[in-house]
Design a protein around this ligand. Structure first.
Ligand code: GTP
Ligand code: MG
Length: 473
């Protein structure tokens, strides 16, 4: 199904977050936006004859800020002193006539102005409706619309960079040549299916297969790979803190987030559950998880905690393996360490504040090859070095990822579908008399690609995407 038919009503919403502040913005979009805003706006200040200077639609130029007052034309009551900007179609966010009113950000005053606008015929906007209109009106594609939400939700520099690149059309520009290649092969195959006598025998199946592999399968695989490595740019890098009991895992979490997030005692086995806390460090968003200490003979409750720890290890991007500087490395430590994924672990030697005579830890030869940081969670020593090691590892794994082309989960699912369909088409092309099957698979791939960009997408999918937006965006 093609993008839905346009709803032509004029919509309005408070575009800034609820609360008290300097400025609150009310945004309108639709054919009546300028007319309605004008009917309740009077220019003021220099250049006007009086406080309620007359204002006609034509007198408001595009892209200029006008100083004045919002007032109720019925009773004449003034609601606020505002700045107003008009952006007429098609040079606006939605490609419709758009008006923005910058008022004072108090919930009462903004709601009063919105109510006044509604009484004049404006419909309150649904969540994401301005961006949805920008998409329906063809100003942006669906990948760009989704990146707008990513930008709003971005919690780190890396996530901002990625969203900005994608708003500029990064992902779509990568997909355009893939679609062209698919359509070209599909055109050849469909012609051969429709006119078998004329073309059927002359078709160069191995040439088509090569083209599909180089121009479709390989770049699609590249995008799928960048989802895996770039996933944390969106949701945050998952860092799991593991180690034996009492080594200071919870103390480390508290120290990193500078808050008493987890309970710390000298009783081994204090932490039974996994405790999460977020942190922004050196431009990266980190989701830290403190876990139950891993040991050989846990009680029933600890056993459940340890099961959960293993799940966290499985889904972690980086694992901090904490050991106690006051203990030598034991068999149990080595066993835990060996269980951890090789390329994602950092050894953290905690309690390095202990006096020299109490220090028993010696770096095990097996651990030489891995990053190792000495810290004291009690005194906050070594945290900067630890964050350097963490973000260094994150940067290294992101270095192969082009932030312009990092798909989200929805897009990645459709890329998987494309990959499957095109691979099936390639197999069909390698068999005799299977051109029709190949064309069906390639059509499926084109549908999947068009669902990514929104060229053909169901209203349900759009509802799901835009419902997660805030009102006013
Ligand atoms: N000297 C010193 N003591 C520490 C340090 N970090 C933690 N401790 C102490 O070590 C003990 C255990 O700390 P926790 O943070 O609860 O250790 P844990 O690894 O979370 O322990 P479990 O949850 O029981 O597995 C507490 O008495 C802490 O005060 C440190 O850097 N130096
Ligand atoms: Mg603990």
């Amino acid at each position: 199904m093609s993008p839905e038919a346009m709803d032509r009503t004029t919509i309005g919403a408070i575009a800034t977050p609820e609360g008290f502040g300097g400025i609150g913005v009310i945004k309108l979009s639709g054919p009546e936006a300028v007319n309605i805003a004008c009917s309740m706006f009077r220019r003021g200040g220099p250049g006007t004859d009086n406080r309620f200077g007359a204002c006609s639609e034509e007198s408001l130029e595009n892209w200029r800020l006008y100083y004045g007052y919002v007032f109720d034309p019925e009773g004449g009551r003034v609601f606020d002193e505002v700045l107003l900007a008009v952006m007429r179609a098609p040079y606006s966010y939605t490609r419709e006539d758009v008006v923005e009113i910058q008022a004072h950000a108090g919930p009462k005053v903004l709601n009063k102005i919105l109510e006044l606008l509604i009484s004049k015929g404006i419909r309150p906007a649904q969540p994401g409706e301005f961006t949805r209109r920008a998409f329906i009106n063809g100003r942006i594609d669906l990948t760009q619309a989704e990146a707008v939400a990513d930008l709003i939700n971005a919690s780190s520099d890396a996530a901002v960079d990625m969203a900005v690149s994608q708003i500029a059309g990064g992902l779509n520009s990568f997909l355009v040549p893939i679609r062209d290649a698919l359509m070209s092969v599909l055109g050849t195959i469909e012609a051969a299916v429709d006119f078998p006598e004329a073309i059927g025998d002359e078709i160069d199946a191995s040439g088509l297969t090569r083209s599909l592999s180089a121009k479709v399968i390989e770049p699609v695989q590249e995008l799928i790979n960048s989802y895996e490595t770039g996933r944390y740019l969106r949701g945050g890098l998952r860092v799991t803190i593991v180690g034996g009991p009492n080594v200071g895992k919870s103390s480390l979490l508290n120290c990193l987030v500078n808050s008493e997030r987890a309970i710390v005692t000298d009783v081994p086995g204090t932490t039974r559950d996994c405790i999460e806390a977020s942190l922004i460090a050196k431009g990266f968003s980190l989701v830290l998880a403190d876990t139950a200490g891993l040991r050989k003979d846990p009680d029933a409750v600890e056993r459940l905690g340890i099961k959960k720890t293993r799940e966290y290890i499985g889904s972690a991007d980086i694992i901090l393996f904490v050991v106690d500087a006051g203990h030598s490395v034991g068999h149990e430590d080595l066993c835990i360490f060996d269980e951890l994924p090789r390329d994602r672990r950092i050894v953290v030697v905690n309690k390095s504040d202990l006096p020299e005579e109490q220090k028993k830890f010696q770096l095990s030869p097996e651990w030489n090859a891995f990053p190792c940081v000495f810290v004291s969670a009690l005194y906050g020593h070594g945290m900067s070095e630890l964050l350097d090691a963490l973000t260094g590892m994150a940067s290294a794994s992101a270095s192969g990822v082009n932030p312009e082309f990092v798909p989200n989960w929805r897009q990645k699912t459709l890329l998987d579908k494309m990959h499957r369909s095109v691979s099936q088409a390639v197999s069909a092309l390698e068999r005799p008399h299977s051109l029709e099957l190949a064309s069906i698979d390639l059509r499926e791939a084109v549908y999947a690609l068009d669902e990514i960009t929104g060229r053909y997408v169901s209203a349900d999918v759009l509802d799901r995407i835009f419902d997660s937006y805030c009102v006013g965006k």
